[in-house]
Design a protein around this ligand. Structure first.
Ligand code: SF4
Ligand code: SF4
Length: 358
């Protein structure tokens, strides 16, 4: 039961709202389904709270249809309200009650066996120093991205401790699956991985990993004494401080803002500053920066309804294609994989292509 009066008031306000934020909600825009709009989700949560709902599985299935992208938080008429907190709580109940959708349950089982949502993997460990580069589980198989980062690190003459693979994962898949206890365990493990390497600062290529480690770990009582930066912020600082030199290219580029990078981490300037430094003319899609739409990657872990997610991806591809740019870029390994139909690259690959190796 929702004990907290403030929370009950918040979800009631959302359930009774005019729902104009639905025009920013990618799951609604891609499917046209009213049920997957913020206000209707809030209404279902409220109905369940008041014991008006009979179809428990149907209710939980809707909770796993949200992309958890945060567009409704950005476009909400109320300050400090994030519907995802309530959706997340219902996902935890679905986990406890054994009512996860099949695809989500399989991901959790894979995680239980291998410590990551993908399966058996080797440990990735290279370099030393107190500056770390965490290769997220979504980046682990992306050889183009990893080679690009290797080249940038080597030309920039940076001492960097790269780590990832095996069972080193931020735990986001468990979080989004509602497995709170499993997530806490993964958070404590990740804290140990960072502390054992004595890192003072960590670069991460996946925005969801950063959100987990800087915000959600704290909610489950795990605090890390380390600074996190996203790869775009790191690359931008290398260029700005002259630690790497880059050639300019006469071409157009469209940057897809990963939803968590824009909506939760507030990083929208760094990728555009990199593109300007590389000489590109930036062609913005209609929905960009804080108005961005999710790629359909469901916060990196593909935890949720993949049928809905595929429709979100198709919509995002069309929105990006409308810009008719020479190059399509993102800064999240999941966005890149999910939007591969338009030849999406990570912005680090472009930096590596344009770097001057003197
Ligand atoms: S998320 Fe905010 S704007 Fe959207 S329906 Fe709920 S209260 Fe209204
Ligand atoms: S988090 Fe994203 S997908 Fe979910 S209700 Fe909000 S805007 Fe829609």
């Amino acid at each position: 039961m929702m004990e907290d009066k403030k929370e009950l008031e918040q979800i009631t306000n959302c359930a009774m709202c005019a729902n104009m934020c639905k025009y920013s909600c990618p799951t609604y825009l891609a499917t046209g389904k009213e049920t997957i709009t913020p206000q209707k989700i809030a209404r279902l949560i409220l109905y369940k709270e008041k014991a008006f709902l009979e179809d428990q599985q149907g209710f939980f299935d809707v909770m796993f249809q949200s992309a958890m992208c945060g567009a409704c938080k950005i476009h909400c008429i109320y300050d400090n309200y994030d519907l995802r907190k309530f959706i997340q709580r219902e996902r935890s109940k679905a986990f406890k009650e054994g009512m996860l959708p099949d695809e989500t349950r399989k991901r959790v089982e894979t995680f239980a066996s291998f410590g990551n949502p993908h399966g058996e993997r080797q440990l990735l460990q290279k370099g030393t120093g107190d500056l770390g580069y965490f290769v997220s589980c979504s980046a682990y198989n992306d050889q183009d991205l990893l080679k690009a980062m290797d080249r940038i690190i080597s030309v920039g003459k940076k001492q960097i401790c790269q780590f990832g693979g095996a069972d080193i994962c931020c735990g986001a898949p468990l979080y989004y699956a509602g497995d709170t206890e499993g997530f806490k365990k993964a958070a404590r493990k990740m804290k140990g991985e960072i502390e054992n390497r004595k890192l003072r600062k960590v670069i991460a290529d996946c925005p969801t990993c950063i959100k987990m480690m800087t915000e959600i770990y704290h909610e489950v009582g795990v605090d890390l004494e380390v600074e996190f930066v996203h790869t775009t912020e790191f690359l931008n600082s290398l260029i700005e401080e002259g630690e790497i030199k880059v050639k300019r290219r006469n071409a157009t580029a469209t940057f897809h803002d990963p939803c968590i990078l824009a909506n939760d981490l507030g990083v929208t300037a760094a990728p555009r500053e990199i593109l300007s430094a590389l000489g590109f003319e930036i062609k913005e899609p209609v929905y960009s920066q804080e108005d961005t739409h999710c790629c359909g990657g469901l916060c990196g872990a593909r935890i949720g309804d993949c049928g809905v997610a595929d429709k979100v991806s198709a919509m995002r591809i069309n929105e990006l294609k409308e810009t008719a740019a020479d190059v399509y870029l993102s800064a999240c390994p999941t966005c890149k994989a999910v939007l591969s139909d338009i030849g999406m690259k990570d912005i680090a690959e472009l930096v590596s292509e344009q770097i001057i190796d003197e």
